[in-house]
Structures are given as C-alpha cells and as structure tokens.
Design a binder for this molecule. Structure first.
Ligand code: GAP
Length: 501
C-alpha cells in the first residue's frame, strides 16, 4: 500500500512552499539532497524563532519573580541519563521492512484483517495520519475487487502493530512495498543519539546528546537553590537544543531529530495541592499561546489517561495543525521522581528547607515543556492566509507583531530621488535602533507591499513627495487590512512603541 506522491494536504504544501520561497525554513543539507529530520532556519526563520524564544523568556523568566533562568550543557555525564531512566527506557517500539529498509514506529503503524463474508482474505496496513481509516477502507475495497471476492466486506477495525501476534506479523503488508512477509517484530529502539567523548573510543567514552533540556535543570537544581534566594514554589527555565533519533520524523518541523525546547521545572511543596498548581499552569500556558497569536479555537486539551509510572498527571495543549490536532505543549506533574532519582544516583541531598513550613523535603515538580519548532509551525499555520486585494490574490502571513520577523518596512516611493531616499533612510535609522526593520527600494510599491505581506511584516511606512514637500507625514500601511493612513513621524514612533511593547 505504497502512498502516492501527490500530497493530500494543500495547506501544509503551501506553508512549506512559502517557508522555502521566503527563506523561513530550508531542508538541512539541501545541496546534498537533504537530511531527513533536520532543518535550517533562513533569514526570516531565525528572526521568527528568536522572537518566539524572547517572548517566552520575557514572560516566563523576566516578568515572573518566581522563575530563574539556566543554560546547561548539551552533553552531560551519562550517569544523568541512567538516573533519569533514559538509558533504560527512552525508546519507541520499531518495525523494519527488510525489503525497503524502511523503519516505522510500531505504535504509528496500524493494520486490520480484511474479512469478506466471514472469511479472512488478507490484511491492510496503514501509517498514522489524518485519513487513515478512510485510506484503510479504500485499500480493503481494492483488495476485495482485485481478489474477485464477492459478498459483504466487514467493517475495518484498525489495531496498532504492537497488538499483532507472531502469527500475523508475516501476513501484514509493509507500507513501503504493499506486500506481506517483510516486516519484523516490534523491537525497542533507544532514541538518544550516542557520541564519544575524549580520546578513548571504548564503551567508557559513550555519551549522549540530551533528548530533553529538563535533566539539565534537575542536575543544577541544587546549584540554583544554594546560590539563589529561591523559595518554594519556584521554577527554573531553560531554552535549548534537544536531539532524538526519531524513527519517523515527519510533518515538516513538527517531529524532527534536532529541535529546541523551552522547559520549566516548577518546584512545589509535596504537602500542597499540586493538582491546583498543575491546572493553573495549564491555563497560564493556554493564555500565553493566545497572547503570541494562536487563535483560541485552534487550541484543545488532551488529558492523558495512560501515564508514565512516575507521572501523576499530564495534559497536553493541542493545536489543529494542517495534518490534524496534535500535541503542542505538554504540562506534566512529575512528583518527586527526578530529584529522588538524582539524589539516589549521585548521593547528593536534594532537599530544600521550606521556611514557611519549617521543614526539609524533596519538592514535587510541575513541568510545562514546549517545543520551539512545534510552536513555530503552529504560528505559521495560524498566520498563513490567502486573500484578494483590489482583485489581486496575495499570500499574507498574519503573525502577531511581537513574533513577526520584521516589525516594519521602510519604503521610499522612488529609489532614484535622493531627497525621498535620504528622508526614508533617516526614518529607517531611527526605527532600526529599536526594532528589526526592513529597507526596500526595489520595484513598484504594490509589489513591495506584497513582499512584506508574505514575510509577515505588520506595517509598511512609505515616504513620498508629500512627506518632503508638504506636511512631513508618511503613509502607514496595515498588513492585514491593507488600509493606509497618513501620520506624522512623531505619531509613527508613538504608534509603533505602543503596538510593540
Ligand atoms: N521534558 C519532557 C519532555 O521532553 P516531551 O513530551 O517528550 O516531554 C515536550 O516533549 C515537547 O517538546 C513536546 O510537547 C513538543 O512540543 C516538543 N517535542 C518533543 N519531541 C519533538 C520532536 N521530535 N520534534 C519537535 N518537537 C518535539
């Protein structure tokens, strides 16, 4: 059941195309044919990403007195990953296709027997995506027709590959070849990237690229407690790269092998109501997403019923990506699992003295963990708009001004008029001390506006002859409404300051 090359997701295709065309995101190593699961951020993408991280840092660290920042190393002692359970258990079950050499996550590979008039005539297999039930039904129908089977097709009931037993493995077709007989049994596959540190190349040199930033926080918790003036409840925040050898990286930057996380470990008293604090965090994170431009109606919640053995609760804030509703931000209540593990494995005490309760304890933790790249994809999805202005179709990225790569573009009406260019340049110099400003003199003004619409620049400022000869006013054009109004330079600075801070 090989998938056809034609994409069933025009919105996703359009987003990927605008990212490439305008320099938001490129495939990594593109000149060598790309490298699956890795991406590069171009001139607009790097600004977008930086703005996301800055907004998060400002709101989570600077504007809150109860949260401190941290930047820990990517490669840490391998003992950390033994203590955290990642060496033993950070794995996904994987299935190999021996013919195509493709590898699949068993929990994303589904199968169903095809039954016609009570007789099993074969199996279909399907990879997890938005239309998998419909695709599986179509494949079963095709199998029935091809085999010349008459009679009633029983409803297709998809099951995870992990639920198949030994007798079925050989009968389930590979999604790569469409033929049975080439898939292996599910095997556990550790997702951590290994590397070697130092001159030796034996097993004592093995180290790992961190699969989450969280453990760097736990490993430094004692340092922060001992050097800071933190009092329970308090949090430690970190932004940084994480690496996972995902078996099936997919959906553009949604699941990649190198990505960035913005994580907080929020330490609370074991005696208090952790569940209330957990709920507060879910609400806080939800509201924050809206504040950076995600529409409330595209957000949802997934309260986990199946929990890891150490977790007390976990709720994901979900987002309606072009390929379906998926996890965006995981907010977990992890009890004292991590600190207790590190206390046991390192032999160092992890208690904190709670001055209010007048006792020592190992705090419990609430962990809001958000992927930068995943949020970036959500923001691209929400921002992507096609509309028509004056009979002309345009693509416009309606980013929240706080997130937009460029805040404003300065455009002299004509490039060969030194008086216009000079005045525009002086406005550009003033503005660019405060914001990221785009300077563009090339082409007709309408074309220049269109370019800024695609880049997501909220405002354009045009300097024309009225600016010079009449009243000193400039034209301020709004990206979303395309409305233009004339305002003075002073009003322009005031307007931008009020809109951007
Ligand atoms: N410390 C907890 C932790 O790492 P997680 O659910 O595995 O939890 C947290 O990851 C967040 O990191 C996810 O909600 C997602 O936003 C992001 N994330 C995880 N794996 C990712 C991947 N392969 N590519 C992009 N983002 C990822």
């Amino acid at each position: 059941m090989a998938k056809s090359k034609a994409s069933a997701n025009p919105l996703m295709d359009a987003i990927v195309a605008v990212c490439k065309r305008r320099g938001f995101i490129f495939q990594s190593s593109e000149i060598y044919g790309g490298y699956n699961g890795f991406f590069d951020f171009g001139p607009l993408g790097v600004e977008l990403k930086k703005n996301i991280k800055d907004a998060w840092w400002k709101d989570m660290v600077h504007r809150r007195e109860d949260i401190e920042g941290l930047d820990s190393s990517i490669i840490m002692s391998p003992k950390i990953w033994v203590a955290s359970g990642h060496v033993g258990g950070f794995s996904d079950p994987m299935v190999d296709c021996k013919v195509s050499k493709m590898r699949y996550r068993a929990d994303q590979l589904f199968y169903a027997p095809v039954i016609v008039d009570g007789e099993k005539v074969g199996y279909v297999s399907i990879l997890e995506d938005g239309n998998m039930q419909a695709d599986a039904e179509a494949a079963a129908e095709k199998m029935k027709r091809k085999g010349g089977h008459q009679g009633e097709l029983a409803p297709i009931e998809l099951k995870e590959y992990t639920e198949a037993d030994e007798s079925e493995w050989a009968l389930i077709p590979s999604p790569a070849t469409g033929e049975p007989g080439s898939l292996t049994a599910p095997r556990e596959f550790n997702l951590m990237f290994e590397t070697k540190v130092g001159a030796l190349s034996d097993s004592s040199a093995v180290a790992y690229l961190r699969p989450e930033t969280a453990q760097g926080i736990f490993a430094n918790y004692k340092n922060v407690v001992d050097t800071g003036r933190v009092k329970i409840p308090f949090g430690i925040a970190q932004i940084g790269k994480a690496f996972r050898n995902e078996i099936t990286p997919k959906n553009f930057i949604f699941r990649s092998r190198e990505f960035e996380q913005m994580e907080i470990e929020y330490f609370v008293s074991p005696d208090g109501d952790w569940s209330e604090i957990h709920q507060d965090w879910i609400k806080y994170c939800h509201d924050w997403l809206i504040s950076v431009g995600l529409p409330e109606e595209m957000l949802g919640r997934d309260v986990h019923e199946k929990l890891a053995h150490y977790a007390k609760a976990c709720t994901d804030i979900t987002f309606q990506f072009p390929f379906g509703e998926q996890e965006l931000w995981g907010i977990a209540a992890r009890g004292d699992f991590d600190l207790t593990q590190h206390a046991e494995h390192s032999g160092k005490p992890m208690e904190i003295f709670d001055e209010t309760a007048k006792k020592k304890y190992i705090p419990h933790v609430i962990e809001p963990s958000l992927g930068v790249d995943r949020l970036l994809l959500a923001l691209l999805t929400a921002a992507y708009t096609e509309d028509e202005v004056g009979g002309e179709k345009r693509t416009v990225m309606k980013f929240h001004p706080r997130i937009a790569p460029y805040k404003v573009a300065v455009l002299p009406l004509l490039k060969n008029k030194p008086e216009l260019v000079g005045r525009a340049r002086s406005i550009f110099e003033k503005l660019s001390r405060r914001y990221n400003v785009f300077w563009d003199t090339a082409g007709a003004i309408g074309k220049r506006y269109r370019r800024q619409d695609e880049a997501g620049t909220p405002w354009c400022v045009t300097i024309d002859f009225d600016t010079i000869e009449k009243d000193g006013t400039v034209t301020l054009r709004d990206r979303d409404t395309t409305e233009q109004k004339r305002i003075s330079e002073e009003e322009l600075y005031k307007f931008l300051d009020e809109s951007l801070f």
